[in-house]
Design a protein around this ligand. Structure first.
Ligand code: RB5
Length: 149
């Protein structure tokens, strides 16, 4: 199950992402919105991130104009590692090395076909573990220390 969240800038791109999920046979939880009325991205970013953090979804994809606001929001939820990506190489490495469980995309930054390639890459790559697991563990230790203060 894949969580998807967006804002009003990203309806068309969300449809393109859903096409990729359908191609890959993956179901999704749509955290909205589904109208082009102005929408505050933190609401859907948080919803999608919580769906991943709580284990209802394995991975998440969030989209706003730049991918920045919604990605920053997702990263505020404990357990989330959301990579803001604009090209497939970063999407690949976000999975292989960073074990990112979400990506954020900018609907006003990249085209639909690049977004589809990013999403396909992110959803089909695997975490390599090994030394990268140690580093991801160190990232999560920082989060742990923050929440313990
Ligand atoms: C909306 O105008 C825009 O600010 C939003 O989509 C996003 O780019 C914020 O980071």
């Amino acid at each position: 199950m894949i969580a998807i969240g967006n804002d009003h800038t990203a309806l068309e791109m969300k449809q393109a992402v859903i096409e990729v999920l359908d191609e890959l046979g993956l179901s999704y939880e749509d955290c909205g919105p589904n109208t082009d009325e102005s929408f505050d991205y933190p609401a859907s970013g948080e919803k999608a991130a919580r769906a991943v953090a709580e284990g209802r979804c394995d991975l998440g994809i969030v989209i706003c104009g730049t991918g920045i606001g919604i990605g920053l929001t997702a990263n505020k939820v404990r357990g989330i590692r959301c990579a803001m990506v604009s090209e497939p190489y970063s999407a690949l490495m976000a999975r292989r090395h960073n074990d990112a469980n979400m990506i954020a995309i900018g609907a006003r930054v990249i085209g639909t076909e690049v977004a589809k390639l990013i999403v396909r890459t992110f959803l089909t790559e695997k975490f390599e573990g090994g030394r990268h697991a140690r580093r991801v563990g160190m990232i999560m230790d920082v989060e742990k220390q923050e929440t313990e203060q």
